[in-house]
Ligand binder design. Sequence first.
Ligand SMILES: C[S@@+](CC[C@H](N)C(=O)[O-])C[C@H]1O[C@@H](n2cnc3c(N)ncnc32)[C@H](O)[C@@H]1O
Length: 314
Amino acid sequence: MHPSLSRRPAVQPITWIAPAQRALFEAAGTTAHRIGSGSGGWVERLGDDAMISHKNDAALAELSAGLETWSSQSGWAPVRVFTRFLPLKNDERISPVLKSGDATLPMTTVVTEAGVRYGLDFAAGYSHGLFLDQRANRAQLPLFKPKRMLNTFAYTCSFTVVAGLAGAETVSVDLSKKSLDRGKQNLALNGIAETKHRFIADDAQELMPRLERRGERFDVIILDPPTFSRNDKGRLWQVEQHFEDLVNAALELAMPKCAILLSTNCTKLDPVSLERRSRQCAKIKRRAVDYVRIASQTDFPAGHGASTLWMLVR
Ligand SMILES: C[S@@+](CC[C@H](N)C(=O)[O-])C[C@H]1O[C@@H](n2cnc3c(N)ncnc32)[C@H](O)[C@@H]1O
């Protein structure tokens, strides 16, 4: 083989979930899940619709053809198909486009996960509103019996909804007020009153020490930051560089027996390094910790989805 060929990333075949798996998701009250995943992109079922996320035209053609075959075998066909280009650079991200289906239908829809309702918006930007790779962590959350949860980098507040349904009070923080407003709508979609839920549009890293000084403490803390962001004052935040700052701030807010979700899409931070780096923080803060690793989701093959780990503070 020519040496330059051996350096190319291997193109892996697309992994499709078994057609019968769709019925299992449906029986569990879940209408939002991956259908197929490959090195060139992936396909999601989102309620009545599907979305193909692709790195290039060849991948789009392959994923589209695969979706048609899978649909014919599974007995489920999307009403609309959206496509979304996955650029290498964040500033080249654009909204999904409608590839097939009725263009006069609303660009919003509602999906369910374990019976919980979430609003999606295909016109809101690059992301539709629900990160499907957090399904197992959302399912784990009520098992901690949360009473006061801090949801940092909350986006559309899916963790807040689950905690609210479990009876917890919550504080949700995100730079984007628009995302938090969608979070409020998600609470309403599930019949949860806002009384016990606060929404703060602010920089999570800057807010956490202020919460600590006010004496606020939490028994569940969600840390699911982006790989890279810049706040409204231009402050750069990079998960690889600032992960310890975030964990240290969370440890200051943690009640005894607090469960802290450590989650990232940064490919350089796998669960082993999340554990190693957070263990060091806990040692310096003199907090004893244990770790729970949730089993991977059946619709996410190895190498797809966020690296995640729950840290339990004793
Ligand atoms: C990966 S998403 C979080 C997904 C969310 N945990 C979920 O499961 O739906 C990242 C979110 O962090 C927000 N964000 C980025 N930088 C931030 C910062 N410095 N402080 C607070 N939120 C920030 C973005 O607006 C975005 O909504």
